[in-house]
Write a protein that binds this ligand. Structure first.
Ligand SMILES: Cc1ncc(COP(=O)(O)O)c(C=O)c1O
Length: 384
């Protein structure tokens, strides 16, 4: 199997699985209990919290575990508007993950005015558009760090500067940048930042939200006093311990592994451009997550390419895993100005730790053949 869908999820690292299995067998205590078996779990959780915090350049007390990246996004957005109900304007971008877009739509139903900032042909948010969208009523700006479909990296530090001049807090969804480029919450200057374990070879169902000390936010999940009263519910202790281990492995592998994967992706990109001249690259030529490749194959349906590749046990995607089952055209590809038929011909290949040079060679053998065959059976091909 050749897995080219690491942006959807990543395989759990063996060290993570081992640590979680050990934890589940040995430590069942409730971290809120004050006797030793509870305290031990709390201690292990805090080690993990320390690792998440360290990897983001922040303090342990600023990390709050949640049930997913999606929950962290909901928490940051609803939590901020609940904390300052007099603010009733929200500024986000047109290319956010559904975790933010759908939350924005829910805010609209509550009467909050939402501005979806447009992006240019490469998927970058315009700072002038941001400036003109901000008003004294703006309660929060939320712009993702890197896009999940095309990998474009946003100018978050500049966005923060502009928003903070007007005392407006900023959230960034760093689910896709975390582990792939340096993500330092303090350097970015954000007030809230979302990460998720399953994109960094950790388990599913565990995320975290960085909340800058002093930031104004209400709980999103209400109940007990867990996570210092900001996120109720007995913690996913095994998930938290697994998340911590995933970060330890990430740091151990370091930049060497990152650059190995980036080189593979570059070779794949070059190979596709050489062997399939009609393929069109979607996204920023430079300022993007290098392991994410999104290509349009005009005249073809992405689904057909995806299924043909799957018969060869090569797994790619048409974009966001969350929209895979819907017929809709990607809102991200539409926002960068692609015609619906070009967007519908686009596939995403996202590389990661499991990939090798042999994988790339194999894809570069199979994909051009598949495209050729599909073109031959497609009655109408606008590019001849
Ligand atoms: C940019 C982005 N934000 C949020 C999420 C949601 O994270 P989770 O799957 O942990 O809910 C994803 C997952 O695809 C993502 O790519």
């Amino acid at each position: 199997m050749i897995y080219l869908d690491h942006n959807a999820t990543t395989p759990v690292d063996p060290a993570v699985a081992e640590r979680m299995a050990w934890f589940l067998k040995e430590h069942f205590g409730n971290p809120s209990s004050i006797y030793p078996i509870g305290r031990k779990v709390k201690e292990l959780m805090n080690e993990a919290r320390e690792r998440v915090a360290g990897s983001l350049g922040v303090d342990r007390g600023e990390i709050f575990f949640t049930g997913s990246g999606t929950e962290s996004d909901n928490f940051a957005i609803f939590g901020t508007f609940d904390a300052a109900p007099e603010k009733n304007e929200f500024v986000t971008s047109a290319i956010e993950h559904p975790a933010v877009i759908e939350t924005a739509k829910a805010l609209e139903k509550r009467g909050v005015k939402v501005t979806y900032l447009p992006v240019d042909e490469y998927g970058t948010v315009g700072l002038d558009e941001l400036r003109s969208a901000l008003t004294p009523k703006t309660g929060l700006v939320s712009v993702m760090h890197a896009n999940n479909e095309i990998g474009t990296i946003q100018p978050i530090a500049e966005i923060v500067r502009i928003a903070h001049e007007r005392d407006i807090p900023v959230h960034t969804d760093a689910v896709q940048s975390f582990g792939k480029i340096d993500v330092d919450a303090r350097k970015l200057g954000v007030d809230f930042l979302t990460v998720s374990a399953h994109k960094v070879y950790g388990p599913k169902g565990i995320g975290a939200l960085y909340i800058r000390r002093g930031a104004n936010i209400c709980p999103f999940v209400r109940g007990g006093r867990q996570e210092r009263g900001l996120r109720a519910g007995t913690e996913n202790t095994a998930g938290i311990v697994g998340f911590g281990e995933a970060i330890r492995v990430l740091e151990e592998k370091g930049r060497k592994e990152r650059s190995r994967v980036e080189k593979l992706a570059e070779a794949l990109k070059k190979g596709i451009e050489e062997k399939i001249p009609s393929a069109r690259f979607n996204g920023h030529p430079e300022n993007r997550i290098k392991s994410t490749l999104n290509f349009a194959f005009p005249g073809l349906e992405a689904e057909a390419i995806l299924l043909a590749l799957a018969t060869k046990e090569i797994y790619v995607s048409t974009g966001s895993a969350c929209s895979e089952e819907s017929e809709e055209v990607s809102h991200v590809l539409q926002a960068i100005g692609l015609k619906p038929e070009i967007a519908r011909s686009s596939i995403r290949m996202s590389l990661g730790r499991s990939n090798t040079e042999e994988d790339i060679a194999c894809v570069l053998r199979e994909l051009p053949e598949i495209i050729k065959r599909l073109r031959a059976i497609t009655a109408f091909h606008p590019e001849g």
